[in-house]
Design a binder for this molecule. Structure first.
Ligand SMILES: Nc1ncnc2c1ncn2[C@@H]1O[C@H](COP(=O)(O)OP(=O)(O)O)[C@@H](O)[C@H]1O
Ligand SMILES: [Mg+2]
Length: 313
C-alpha cells in the first residue's frame, strides 16, 4: 500500500477503519474504552455501531440508554448499540440463507445443527465478525445501513484471540461452499489493516501487562497483525509534591502513591516491550455513565490525536 495514504495521526487512522475490535483482560476497561471510542468517532462524523457480546450488558449504562436485549438501540447522534449473542447471530444467518420458514425451523431444531453450531470450532464467533462485515458493507438491517464503523467490545483476552482466529479456523475446517466463502471474506477483512484494527485495553498492573504482551505475540503469530494501539486505562494520577520515598501518615495517600509506583513500573515494562502506539487514560472519580464515557473520550482524543500512526500498517 502506498504510504501516502496512511493517515499520519493514530486518531485519523482509527477513524478511517470499518471495524475496531477492543480486547483485553476482563475488568480492565474494554467496555468503557469502547464507549469512549464510540463517542470520539461519532464526534469525527462517523456513524458507529457499538456491538457487545457479553450477555451481562453494561455498555448501555455508559450511553444512558436501556439495555439492548438483542435489539438495535438508538444511542444518540450517529450512534447505535446492539448486544448480540454469537449463537443468535449464527441462527439468524442460517435463517437468512435458507429463507424457507418451515425448513429453517427444522434445521435450527435438529440435533445435527445444534451439535454443529456448538461444536464447530469458531463458527459462532465467525458469525459475529461476519455480521460486522455485512453491516459496514451495507447489507445489515435497514436501520444500520449508514454505519461506517463497528466497534466490537470483544470477550476477554483468551476468547478475544479465539474470536479473531475463528474465521481462519472455519475456512480451514469447512473447505468449500458458502460457509467457506463467508469465512474467507471475513479473514480477508480482518487481515486488511486499512479496514479493521485491534485495540488492546489494559491496566498498568503486572498481570494485565503480562497478558497484554502475550496477546500481542499471539496476534502476531496467529494473525500476523499488530494492534493499532494499546490503551493503558485506570492510571492513578501522580501524587504531586511527594516522591515515592517521602513519608506520609495518611494511609490513603500512601496507598495512592503505592498504586502510582506500580503504574509507573508497569508502564515502563510495557514501553520496553511494545514500541507501537500507546495511549494513557486516568482513573476518574466518575461512576459508569455518559459522563465517564465523555471524559474518557476527551482524554483518548488528546492521547490518540498526539500519537503518530504506525507507518506501515
Ligand atoms: N478510567 C476509569 N476511571 C474510572 N472508572 C473506570 C475507568 N475505566 C473503567 N472504569 C470502571 O471499572 C469497571 C470495569 O470497567 P469495564 O469498562 O466494564 O471493564 P471490562 O469491560 O474490561 O470488564 C467499571 O465499573 C467501570 O465503570
Ligand atoms: Mg465489559
Amino acid at each position: 500500500m502506498p504510504s501516502h495514504r496512511t493517515p499520519a495521526r493514530l486518531l485519523d487512522r482509527l477513524t478511517s477503519l470499518e471495524l475496531i475490535v477492543v480486547t483485553g483482560k476482563g475488568g480492565v476497561g474494554k467496555t468503557s474504552l469502547s464507549a469512549a471510542l464510540g463517542n470520539l468517532l461519532t464526534a469525527a462524523g462517523r456513524t458507529v455501531l457499538l456491538l457487545e457480546t457479553d450477555p451481562r450488558e453494561s455498555l448501555h449504562r455508559l450511553l444512558d440508554v436501556p439495555p439492548s436485549g438483542g435489539e438495535i438501540v438508538d444511542a444518540g447522534r450517529r450512534l447505535f448499540l446492539q448486544n448480540l449473542q454469537p449463537r443468535t447471530v449464527l441462527d439468524d444467518l442460517v435463517e437468512e440463507r435458507l429463507k424457507v420458514g418451515l425448513l429453517t425451523r427444522r434445521v435450527l431444531a435438529s440435533p445435527v445443527y445444534q451439535h454443529f453450531a456448538e461444536g464447530a470450532p469458531g463458527l459462532k464467533e465467525a458469525a459475529i465478525l461476519g455480521r460486522a462485515l455485512r453491516i459496514v458493507e451495507g447489507h445489515g438491517p435497514r436501520r444500520l445501513r449508514k454505519v461506517d464503523t463497528v466497534i466490537l467490545d470483544a470477550p476477554a483476552t483468551g476468547h478475544g484471540v479465539t474470536l479473531l482466529q475463528a474465521p481462519l479456523l472455519v475456512a480451514e475446517v469447512i473447505d468449500s461452499g458458502p460457509v467457506h466463502r463467508m469465512a474467507r471474506d471475513i479473514s480477508a477483512f480482518l487481515s486488511d489493516a486499512r479496514r479493521s484494527g485491534i485495540v488492546i485495553a489494559t491496566l498498568a498492573e503486572e498481570m494485565p501487562v503480562n497478558e497484554t504482551l502475550q496477546l500481542v505475540e499471539l496476534l502476531d503469530a496467529r494473525l500476523a497483525r499488530r494492534p493499532e494501539a494499546i490503551v493503558v486505562n485506570g492510571l492513578y494520577p501522580p501524587v504531586t509534591g511527594t516522591g515515592p520515598e517521602a513519608a506520609t501518615d495518611d494511609p490513603a495517600l500512601a496507598l495512592w502513591r503505592e498504586r502510582r509506583c506500580i503504574n509507573d513500573e508497569q508502564l515502563g515494562r510495557l514501553r520496553d516491550a511494545w514500541t507501537g502506539p500507546l495511549a494513557e487514560l486516568p482513573l476518574l472519580p466518575i461512576d459508569p455513565g455518559p459522563a465517564l464515557a465523555g471524559a474518557l473520550a476527551r482524554h483518548l482524543g488528546e492521547g490518540l490525536g498526539a500519537t503518530a500512526a504506525p507507518e506501515d500498517p
